[in-house]
Design a protein around this ligand. Structure first.
Ligand code: NI
Length: 163
């Protein structure tokens, strides 16, 4: 297992939609190990494969001690009224901006053996499920900010030392 370096905003891998993983793909078990190890560092809630430079559809999560992963995740359901919630991303370090998220989300997918799995939750879990599936479609959360917030966010990000 290995903790992997996080790709930052500006890296083209974050803008690319990830490819589905076939059951038995030799790369999958190593990828999942790395995603699980890397998401368990303090302060991390979720991690998509392209954030560690791998263009395959899988993410890991770490919400209130609940750690897991989903392969080929699909955002199957959201519920409630979208609300503005502060959000951050390991690929946009040091920033939090408010954006609309649904208060409940459910993701379906498979595990490493190809079994159907499902992860759902409210609050932080719902936010992470929406955020990570967006990553795998090549979208960062800052793209979905309200226009004035987005303009200010981009101004701040361009001044960040890592940018
Ligand atoms: Ni993120």
């Amino acid at each position: 297992m290995a903790e992997r370096t996080i790709r930052l905003f500006g890296d083209p891998v974050l803008r690319s939609a990830c490819d589905p993983i076939r059951v038995g793909d030799a790369r999958a078990s190593q990828l999942i190990e790395d995603l699980l190890e890397t998401v368990q560092l303090p302060g991390r809630a979720g991690l998509a494969a392209n954030q560690i430079g791998v263009g395959l559809r899988a993410f890991s999560y770490n919400i209130d001690g609940d750690v897991g992963y989903v392969i080929n995740p699909v955002l199957a359901e959201v519920q409630g009224e979208a609300e503005l919630v502060d959000e951050g991303c390991l690929s946009v370090p040091g920033f939090y901006f408010p954006r609309l998220r649904y208060p409940f989300a459910r993701v379906t997918g498979i595990d490493l053996d190809g079994n159907s799995i499902e992860v759902s939750g409210e609050g932080l879990m719902a936010q992470a499920l929406q955020h990570e599936t967006d990553h795998l479609d090549g979208h960062l959360y800052i793209e979905g900010l309200e226009p004035t917030t987005k303009k200010e966010a981009m101004r701040m990000i361009r001044m960040a030392p890592w940018y």
